[in-house]
Ligand binder design. Structure first.
Ligand code: GCU
Length: 137
């Protein structure tokens, strides 16, 4: 199945703001998580069939401290994913985690686990990251 890109600025945001002051994002901006434990971004994504598929988060972290986030799928903890420093707030990279999705709608939430909050989050790609609809760099 083709990968689908979901922009963080269009997702449900708790304790974060949409900004566009650091270039290199896709879409119209990114989410700047508030610097506290528990801030989150939640995406609703559709899957045509139940399947385990990669979730790929595009982010920037201009500090030297990791900003790990807890990932839940449909309310069930999946794992904690590391969002390490990328060298600059304008340097974006991707990290992936495989997740089991249900057929139909799924909620994917990425919650900050440290007092630094999350990284700046640009987008979530669901599905194998290849093909013309996955061309961020
Ligand atoms: C800076 C940066 C923000 C970032 C923030 C942070 O203020 O400009 O984009 O979100 O640091 O540490 O979270």
């Amino acid at each position: 199945e083709a990968a689908t890109v979901h922009q963080a600025e269009n997702a449900t945001i708790s304790q974060g703001v949409v900004e566009s002051n650091h270039v290199g994002y896709t879409g119209t901006g990114f989410v700047n998580y508030d610097n506290l434990i528990g801030s989150y971004v939640e995406f609703t994504v559709d899957a045509t069939a139940a399947e385990t598929t990669p979730l790929t988060f595009r982010f920037a972290n201009g500090t030297t401290a990791d900003r790990p986030m807890a990932i839940t799928v449909n309310g069930t903890p999946l794992r904690t994913v590391s969002f390490p420093g990328t060298g600059a707030w304008t340097s974006w990279r991707e990290v992936s985690a495989d997740a089991p999705l249900n057929a139909g709608a799924n909620t994917i939430r990425a919650t900050a686990t440290t007092a630094n909050g999350g990284p700046n989050l640009d987008a979530l790609t669901v599905g194998t990251p290849s093909g013309p609809d996955w061309s961020v760099s």
